[in-house]
Design a protein around this ligand. Structure first.
Ligand code: FMN
Length: 227
């Protein structure tokens, strides 16, 4: 069993996979299950993981990834997508859990329930932010939508990271990609207008030449700043 540090050290961005390897798609299933355990904003789980694995769809997706090496030889391409359109279901799910947890406490103050019943609809459903930030209606909506985009992309990226580490634990390989044609992917996968492609992750078994050189990182002192 690998230690977590082994997993982190093993994972590399892989650009060439072994075409002869007996790839087990169940490994991807298990890694995606672990990906759903990633931390995510307000536990709204506003993400989808689209598995592209049929030969025809893979060909089309590889073209959407601009034919780049990291995609070309992949056994599967997983598209990590944000799903803001599902906000109401997810807010309701969380609200129900909280209502049930407090069912035997009739004097629970309303603010305990407000987070999923008022704040989430406010953030995801759209509100007038004139008073809140002194913005006109259109600016307010724009700001809110951008905030939501950032929030959802952070969570989807954490799911993608969890997925890649889960693969690395069992010696499977991956490469995260942002080099893709988002519009083409959205129409290929039938994604709604509001959804965003956070990342495409290619999966396969590495060939030695699939890792481009030793790991390169800046000095710790350049990125860790103590206060
Ligand atoms: C958000 C993100 C986008 C990336 N996009 C691409 C990409 O489009 N194509 C590619 O070959 N690698 C891509 N990478 C991989 C990085 O180049 C790679 O992680 C980095 O060079 C460090 O190498 P390592 O992951 O092996 O440590 C991406 C990585 C991240 C996190």
């Amino acid at each position: 069993m690998k230690r977590f540090s082994d997993v982190v050290n093993y994972r590399r961005a892989v650009r060439k996979y072994d075409p002869d390897y007996a790839f087990d798609h169940d490994v991807v299933t298990q890694a995606l299950e672990l990906a759903t355990l990633a931390p995510n904003s307000s536990n709204m789980q506003l993400w989808e993981f689209h598995r592209v694995k049929s030969p025809e769809m893979l060909e089309k997706m590889k073209a959407c990834c601009l034919g780049q090496n990291a995609a070309k030889t992949a056994n599967e391409l997983i598209v990590f997508v944000t799903a803001p359109q599902k906000w109401r279901d997810r807010a309701d799910m969380n609200a129900k859990v909280i209502r049930n947890a407090f069912a035997s406490k009739p004097n629970t103050p309303e603010h305990v329930f407000a987070y999923y019943e008022k704040d989430m609809p406010y953030l995801y459903g759209g509100v007038d932010l004139i008073e809140y930030k002194g913005l006109d209606k259109e600016q307010g909506q724009e700001l809110r939508k951008n905030d939501v985009r950032v929030i959802l992309n952070k969570s989807a990226a954490l799911a993608a990271m969890t997925f890649m580490y889960a693969l690395a634990e069992v010696d499977y390989d991956s490469c995260p990609m942002e080099g893709f044609e988002e519009g083409a992917i959205k129409s290929l996968l039938n994604l709604p207008e509001e959804a965003e492609v956070c990342m495409v992750v290619s999966v396969g078994k590495r060939l030695p030449e699939g890792v481009y050189g030793p790991r390169l990182r800046v000095d710790l002192s350049d990125v860790v700043i103590e206060h």
